[in-house]
Write a protein that binds this ligand. Structure first.
Ligand code: THU
Length: 142
């Protein structure tokens, strides 16, 4: 048996990955995020026989945070399957941007919690469109 990773955010991502529902891709993903109040939220991918209806691990973790009243993400860990880093998909990068600043650290780990890659959200999603972008333009009055 492998000991749980010492880093609590990594441990949460590794643990929730075990609960992934991925009967079609067989690619289990776990994601854990730390909110600005210190709470940790996690999610796993949940696939569906109607393939496009599946949801990503990061989206599940974000939904759990928002439902619990959290609004700001300070750090993220994504745990994929196999030896290659599971970088968040394009849609998840944008979802993370809604609640995280460009300097948000995203660590990608393997199924036993070894860190494979570390990126900022700005590196994953350069020149991003975020909540403040909308505030920069005066509303059009018709
Ligand atoms: N997946 C995630 O959960 N997060 C990502 O950022 C990349 C992809 C899931 C979706 C699908 O269930 C499986 O991985 C294979 O694409």
């Amino acid at each position: 048996m492998t000991a749980a990773p010492a880093d609590p955010l990594i441990a949460a991502a590794v643990a929730v990955r075990e609960r992934a529902y991925a009967p079609y891709s067989h690619f289990a993903v776990g994601a854990a995020l730390r909110c600005d109040d210190g709470r940790v939220f996690s999610g796993c991918n949940v696939e569906n026989a109607a393939y496009p209806e599946g949801i990503c691990a990061e989206g599940g973790a974000i939904a759990a945070m928002v439902a619990a009243g959290g609004r700001r993400i300070d750090e993220v860990v994504v745990c994929g399957t196999g030896p290659a880093p599971c970088a968040p998909c394009g849609g998840c990068r944008q979802k993370l941007r809604e609640f995280g600043e460009p300097d948000l650290r995203v660590r990608m780990v393997d199924p036993v919690g070894r860190v494979l890659l570390v990126r900022t959200l700005a590196e994953l999603l350069p020149d991003s469109f975020g909540p403040t972008t909308l505030l920069q333009t005066a509303p059009v009055v018709k």
